[in-house]
Design a protein around this ligand. Structure first.
Ligand code: FMN
Length: 199
């Protein structure tokens, strides 16, 4: 499908599911990318199967292709599949069981520590490092990267949910946010194998 494809039932259906049959907007060009984005729904129940080989790498390649402020790439991603670690993460997030259940959890980190380490290693001062704006830029970079990964995941039949609760926890296990003083988990996505069949 390309952007010149005329209106199809798939397009009308997707718009009707998003806005309701009575309020379908007059959307123009349509393609599979837009269809994938309109198909987004947060999913919190997953099959136990691991994500397909190479899926994480494809998602990260998509993430690394997102725009990044001043090309500074202020983010990192930490992929977690270990059940014990996912259990701790679920507890940090206030007992969200879907974190334990998902085969792949990715912590998207607004990561200022990496550039700080580069700054230290090269003895170059990052004047902007302590600025609130830098933290905001890092958070935005991380969110843009995560969203590209989410769209990539959906496009290969995986489903996700963001977990924002990671930053709010007072759990004694909140080491995720404490470990590096210049980093903070901005958001996270849990990726299931396939959308569970609607019942
Ligand atoms: C920054 C952010 C944080 C979120 N945190 C959580 C969360 O901790 N747990 C959860 O189940 N869903 C979380 N969500 C998912 C939202 O609840 C969901 O996107 C919203 O209700 C809209 O539903 P939809 O994604 O199906 O369209 C989060 C979404 C975002 C963007």
């Amino acid at each position: 499908m390309d952007s010149l494809t005329p209106a199809t039932p798939a397009k009308t259906d997707a718009l009707a599911r998003r806005y309701g049959a009575e309020a379908v907007p007059a959307a123009g060009p349509w393609n599979e990318t837009i269809a994938v984005m309109l198909d987004h729904r947060s999913v919190r129940g997953y099959k136990p199967d691991p994500v397909p080989a190479g899926a994480l790498e494809s998602m990260i390649a998509a993430a690394q292709s997102a725009a990044t402020s001043s090309n500074m790439q202020w983010w990192s991603a930490v992929a977690v599949t270990d059940p014990t670690k996912k259990k701790v993460l679920a507890e940090i997030a206030g007992g969200q069981k879907h974190i334990e259940q998902c085969p792949l959890f990715i912590a998207w980190v607004a990561d200022m520590s990496r550039n700080q380490r580069i700054s230290n290693a090269t003895k170059t001062e990052f004047e902007t490092m302590p600025w609130l704006e830098t933290f905001m830029v890092a958070s935005i970079d991380a969110a843009l990267a995560a969203q590209n990964a989410v769209v990539a995941a959906q496009s290969i039949g995986l489903r996700t949910v963001y977990i924002g609760a990671m930053t709010r926890s007072r759990s004694p296990n909140s080491w995720v946010c404490r470990r590096r003083p210049s980093s903070c988990s901005a958001s996270a996505s849990a990726t299931p194998r396939k959308r569970a069949k609607a019942k």
